[in-house]
Design a protein around this ligand. Structure first.
Ligand code: DC
Length: 226
């Protein structure tokens, strides 16, 4: 599938809504680049897990911020197996469960939580010469100097199909949940989900994972060789 260009140093920012193909594509691209992978959504999820464990009021931003700032996160960046721990507990399965998925938008909307996690994300990026970072605000806030910034989209139907397959859930319910989360993620005041002005939009509807990865590799080589 063509020669892989591996720049000495590169940050690839991959933003977009859930189900746009960000995770699979970002992990594959990181492996091709012989680099690491940072799933910032998993960081918000791990902190949400800690907040739920602490059992407080999810409508209280001060409580959420306190737990989030005290939580000890271990952030895995191996694209083959990106393991996460929170407060010493392996949370890989729990952060994908319905409780965390249902509460994460509320936690991710708290400005102090965002500032804290963005700082950690920037520190991780600074430590790695080649890194693919996926999230919602990577190109706009976390890594505005990234060599390549892409915004992945897909039709609501395609996104719901993919997510329901991953979660073994009903497509209609999944589509409703995606719409609910998109709305919360795009309408919050702190770093809402939006396409950065200089990000390249790639509509993945009807594209295979391989096709999207090849497209991103082409975009990256055109950027670093320009
Ligand atoms: O990508 P995901 O579904 O695992 O993200 C989980 C939640 O975290 C989602 O509601 C959006 C939020 N998020 C965010 O606000 N900023 C990021 N950089 C990544 C995720």
């Amino acid at each position: 599938m063509g020669e892989v260009v591996r720049p000495e140093r590169c940050v690839v920012a991959v933003d977009g809504p859930s189900g746009s193909g960000k995770s699979t594509v970002s992990r594959r691209l990181a492996m091709d680049l012989d680099g690491v992978y940072l799933d910032t959504g998993a960081m918000y999820r791990a902190v949400t897990w800690a907040v739920l464990e602490a059992g407080g009021d999810l409508s209280d931003p001060d409580f959420i911020a306190k737990v989030a700032l005290e939580a000890e996160l271990t952030v895995g960046t191996d694209p083959r197996a990106p393991h996460f721990r929170a407060n010493g507990v392996d949370v890989d399965a729990a952060i994908r469960g319905p409780e965390v998925t249902g509460a994460v938008s509320a936690v991710a909307a708290v400005p102090a939580v965002r500032r804290h996690l963005v700082g950690q994300q920037q520190a991780i990026i600074a430590r790695h010469p080649r890194i693919v970072v996926e999230g919602r605000d990577i190109a706009s806030v976390v890594a505005p100097d990234a060599e390549l910034k892409v915004y992945l989209t897909a039709s609501p139907e395609a996104r719901a199909q993919r997510r329901s397959k991953e979660d073994a859930a009903d497509v209609t319910a999944t589509q409703a949940d995606l719409e609910r989360r998109d709305k919360l993620d795009s309408s919050r005041t702190a770093d809402p989900l939006r396409q950065a002005g200089d990000a390249i939009e790639v509509d993945t509807t009807g594209m295979s994972i391989d096709e999207v990865v090849v497209r991103l590799r082409e975009l990256l080589s055109s950027k670093v060789q320009a």
